[in-house]
Design a protein. Structure first.
Length: 133
């Protein structure tokens, strides 16, 4: 994976190599849009109900993990109808959202494995399901 060379700065953060794309945990309001930079293996806590629009699934290797910290419904919406979320091994219809069941601590980890494909796996005490278009 990558060059295998890692460099740490004075704070212990990895600054070069394959893991340098990792970001600190970031907070998102329930309704937000993920930027391309945030699609580089970021970790998010989502603090309110709403819809997080994902960055376009055009760069293989993009990834993110999002954890809902609130007992409210949170949806993860592909950037376009061409983007497909595979949720726990099942393809949703193009453009369909993955939606939590309003259980705090429920989350989603996704990686862009092919152009227009997010492979996502849910975790936590609640359920993530097809939220429709």
């Amino acid at each position: 994976l990558g060059s295998g060379v890692l460099t740490n700065d004075a704070t212990g953060s990895i600054t070069t190599g394959i893991l340098s794309n990792l970001k600190n945990v970031t907070t998102m309001a329930g309704t937000d849009t993920m930027t391309a930079a945030e699609g580089k293996c970021s970790v998010f806590t989502v603090t309110a109900a709403g819809t997080v629009t994902l960055t376009a699934a055009t760069t293989v290797g993009q990834c993110f993990t999002a954890i809902s910290t609130t007992a409210a419904v949170v949806s993860f919406d592909p950037a376009s109808a061409s983007d497909v979320i595979w949720l726990n091994g099942v393809a949703l219809a193009g453009g369909n959202k993955a939606t939590t069941d309003a259980t705090a601590g429920t989350g989603l980890s996704c990686i862009n494995t092919l152009t227009n494909v997010w492979r996502c796996y849910s975790f936590g005490p609640g359920v993530v399901s097809d939220g429709g278009a």
